[in-house]
Design a protein. Structure first.
Length: 160
């Protein structure tokens, strides 16, 4: 069952599998998705499609692997290019919260793409339970459409 038009939807996605950091010859920031990471991101896109609404935006860390993940999602879901933020590379729970609270009220679905561990901690802080997102893993959270992005919310976890 997809999102109803009256709901606000927050989709939180961890980047796809990237080059192994211990064997990478490039800085962590520049690690790229592996072929497996690309494929798992494509699979996530298929599952996410029912939850998108007319006004959907993607915000991601500017690190290469998160930007690649966000670009795959944008292409497969026919969305505008992602908005990549340098500040989200080392984002903590409060930083992710600021992205949500500063979202324009016209936006009905916000897709965030980032890194563990703080992305999982952020989801856990919203659901009040521990969460561990695997690579290309995601959570779909919804709240009523009358609630403003900047207000504290009760989020419902949608099982996908």
């Amino acid at each position: 069952m997809g999102a109803l038009p009256s709901l606000k939807t927050l989709i939180i996605v961890r980047h796809g599998q990237a080059q192994d950091a211990s064997h990478a010859t490039v800085p962590d920031y520049d690690r790229v998705l592996t072929r497996a990471g690309q494929l798992e991101t494509l699979a996530s896109a298929v599952l996410l499609r029912p939850y998108l609404q007319d006004k959907t935006v993607i915000v991601c860390s500017a690190a290469v692997r998160t930007l690649q993940t966000a670009q795959i999602l944008a292409k497969e879901l026919s969305l505008a290019a992602p908005d990549a933020w340098q500040s989200l590379y080392h984002a903590d729970v409060a930083d992710w919260g600021q992205v949500v609270t500063n979202t324009d009220e016209e936006i009905k679905t916000l897709v965030l793409v980032g890194h563990n561990p703080y992305l999982s901690y952020f989801v856990g802080s919203l659901l009040l339970v521990p969460v561990s997102l695997p690579t290309a893993g995601f959570r779909v959270l919804q709240t009523d459409g009358k609630t403003l992005w900047r207000q504290p919310k009760i989020w419902a976890n949608v099982v996908v």
